[in-house]
Design a protein around this ligand. Structure first.
Ligand code: GTP
Ligand code: MG
Length: 317
């Protein structure tokens, strides 16, 4: 494998400035778009000879890691994954050392369980130096509910001893107004994440728009299909750029359920099949919250407590 990181279509072997322009003019602005094209289609639309088109597509697929891997490759990838601290040692331990890059971590739970607080805290903590549990990198925050608060970021930045203005400068915030926009924003991030050294991408909430726009049983299949597509987008983003992806999912408590989990996501386990780590959050006394990891094959099952304090997420005193 070549050592050069391919981040942009102009980095693809066989793509010079004029070819790049032809691709861009024809709407092939991302490596993604090229990787899924056929040589014939690409050639017809851009006027690039078929053989060259084929080579470009192969290079794009290679860059996106669409190739067969061995178990050892998988092991090495897992070892390369890096982690971001949540601010609570006990929660980090539960997660095997913090939230992982190359993975989607889903926080799900009722309102007020701390999902948004964790998203804020991780957007701050990813900026910490590695010896403090960060990756010295930036965050992108897709806010679907309008609950992002820069004031809270300021407090949390002070809480970890970072300059609040610098921390705020390193968090890119986008308000996604509907599910379509939400997915388009993620597409857009493919251009940005590598260039800007973004290592943490938040989608708070993952499911809100989808539920509002596709209510009821009859639209369940379509909603699920779109959510799957969205999750795959996010998974690719995590893998290609070695980024941690954090998503939230509000679920309603169903007290009459005595078996299994007392909380059930509204409209079923929408994100149940996606790869990654699912963390269930519950309220405890006062500012305490209970976290439990569910169906993570590489993590032991168990639960722990953390606290939401003035300075952010911390261990329970
Ligand atoms: P939904 O988005 O409604 O599903 O809830 P959520 O899980 O995102 O809840 P969120 O993360 O917003 O948690 C809210 C809890 O965090 C509140 O109940 C507060 O106790 C706490 N909290 C929020 N902001 C602050 C703050 O500025 N200071 C302190 N000390 N606690 C806060
Ligand atoms: Mg929230």
């Amino acid at each position: 494998m070549s050592e050069k990181r391919i981040r942009d279509i102009t980095d693809l072997p066989g793509v010079g400035p004029s070819t790049a322009q032809k691709l861009i003019d024809a709407g092939y602005t991302t490596i993604e778009a090229i990787a899924v094209a056929t040589p014939r289609e690409l050639s017809e639309i851009t006027g690039i000879p078929t053989l060259q088109a084929q080579k470009i597509i192969e290079a794009a697929r290679e860059a996106l890691d669409i190739r067969v891997k061995t178990a050892l490759d998988l092991k090495r990838e897992r070892m390369r994954a890096r982690r971001v601290t949540t601010g609570s040692k006990s929660l980090d331990e539960l997660l095997g050392g913090g939230v992982e890059t190359r993975t989607i971590t889903e926080f799900f739970g009722e309102y007020g369980t701390g999902k948004t607080q964790l998203c804020h805290q991780l957007s701050v903590n990813v900026q910490l130096p590695e010896d403090k549990g960060g990756l010295e990198a930036k965050a992108a925050y897709i806010d679907t509910e309008g609950t992002f608060r820069w004031e809270r970021i300021e407090q949390m930045a002070r809480g970890v001893g970072l300059d609040p203005d610098k921390v705020m400068e390193n968090i890119y915030w986008v308000r996604a107004v509907n599910s379509h926009h939400q997915m388009a924003v993620v597409e857009k991030l493919f251009d940005m994440v590598g260039k800007e050294n973004i290592k943490l991408v938040v989608v708070d909430s993952l499911t809100g728009h989808f539920r509002a726009e596709f209510p009821g049983r009859e639209s369940l299949a379509l909603r699920q299909q779109l959510l799957n597509k969205h999750l795959h987008q996010l998974m690719r983003l995590a893998e290609i750029y070695d980024a941690a992806v954090i998503v939230t999912n509000q679920v309603m408590a169903v007290p009459e359920m005595f078996f299994g989990s007392p909380d059930r996501p509204v409209g079923g386990h929408v994100v149940g099949h996606a790869p990654g780590v699912r963390v269930q959050l519950r309220k405890s006394k006062g500012n305490r919250r209970i976290a439990r990891v569910v169906d993570a094959p590489h993590l032991p099952e168990g639960e722990t407590q953390f606290a939401i304090t003035e300075f952010g997420i911390r261990d329970v005193e």
